[in-house]
Design a protein around this ligand. Sequence first.
Ligand SMILES: Cc1cc2nc3c(=O)[nH]c(=O)nc-3n(C[C@H](O)[C@H](O)[C@H](O)COP(=O)(O)OP(=O)(O)OC[C@H]3O[C@@H](n4cnc5c(N)ncnc54)[C@H](O)[C@@H]3O)c2cc1C
Length: 391
Amino acid sequence: MKIAVIGASGAGLYAAIFLKKNHPEYEVHLFDKNEKLGRKLLATGNGHANVLNINTSGEHFNHPSFFQKYQKDYPFGELQHQLASLGVILKKEKDQDYVYPVSFSAPSYVHYLAQLLEDLGVILHMSIKVLDYENGEPCTLKTDAGAFSFDELVFVTGGKSQANLGSDGSLFPVFKKHGYKIVPLKPGLCPIKTKEKTKSISGQRHKAKVTILLGDVVFREEEGEVLFKDDGLSGIVIFNAASYINHLENPERLSIVLDLFPEITLTALVADLFDSMSKHPSFFLDAYLPAPLRDYVMKIAGVGVSNVASKKDCYQLAKALKGMEFHVDSTYGFASSQVTIGGIALEEVDANLRSIREKHVSFAGECLDIDGLCGGHNLTWCLISALVVAK
Ligand SMILES: Cc1cc2nc3c(=O)[nH]c(=O)nc-3n(C[C@H](O)[C@H](O)[C@H](O)COP(=O)(O)OP(=O)(O)OC[C@H]3O[C@@H](n4cnc5c(N)ncnc54)[C@H](O)[C@@H]3O)c2cc1C
């Protein structure tokens, strides 16, 4: 059996490794248009490779029930066991569910996987762009370096986020030509541009409860650190919000409300502010916020330090601190997104992730219409889908 895995990053590396490990008699070939393998993997987890999440479950994905089917066979313990069978040791970040290779280094992890490929005898074809293919017996892979014959093709070509790292979405029109339904591609896990001007607080960070609202209806709530940018909001919690927003049909009228002090009620915050103000009327707010955020909050509360004199003024300030509202203008685009929403529709594959249209074609990873939240969920899907295909 001669198999081509197309895409040598997150899911592709795992697929090639487990295919060859499970079936040493197979000839496994790994293609990528990049010169070096694992380009995107190198960028993950801020260079640390957040490869798994202990609590990955369906709710972290756009298609919870689809993911849940696979999670039953591949709970965290099984994924850890599968990686351990390759010699990969993991470590969990303190107080978090995020899991990393013990080296805490994406370059070390990619280097280790590259050595495994070599050790197992996977044949690499780097700097080769796949242009099209023919399903058949054999299948033909058409590339910019000529045509190759294989018994099976596994496409692991990703979405179109951060095309500089490799996956540029160029094969989706090809899949469409082959009859596959493609769910429209949108950027996920990215910063959000707001209608309100945020330049004066650009670079500031604050923990917040982030609520996505349409009128009075709450769509989503999550706590985390928000980073203010020149033109909007960023940070993991905002990336997750952006994915949520871009999954909606009409996100135009949504607003994002930041509660900068979620651990304290409005009434208690008013009382605290009033108490602080009574002690140091000219600088009491400096105890709560750095100067740029302080000035921003005073502006939206409609008060200046010099005229904060009453409980009513403290109430206005507390309301601004617990209800900083931003109207969504748009999200950042693919160049700044960590995952692509959309892709090959899930009804195009069977339970083994084999195409229902083309007998010798399978898909894994992000090229399928499945995307997860930040925190190792997307690489978890890469590993699970690669294991399914390799099995
Ligand atoms: C900055 C950043 C940080 C991230 N951090 C995390 C994290 O910490 N944890 C997490 O779980 N997820 C993270 N992600 C998301 C995660 O990296 C992706 O979901 C994952 O890499 C998808 O794997 P994949 O193999 O499906 O696609 P990709 O990793 O995109 O790989 C696809 C490969 O296919 C190749 N290819 C595409 N088209 C062709 C073609 N026509 N011919 C030949 N080769 C082709 C590409 O060059 C590429 O190497 C991050 C993403 C980014 C951008």
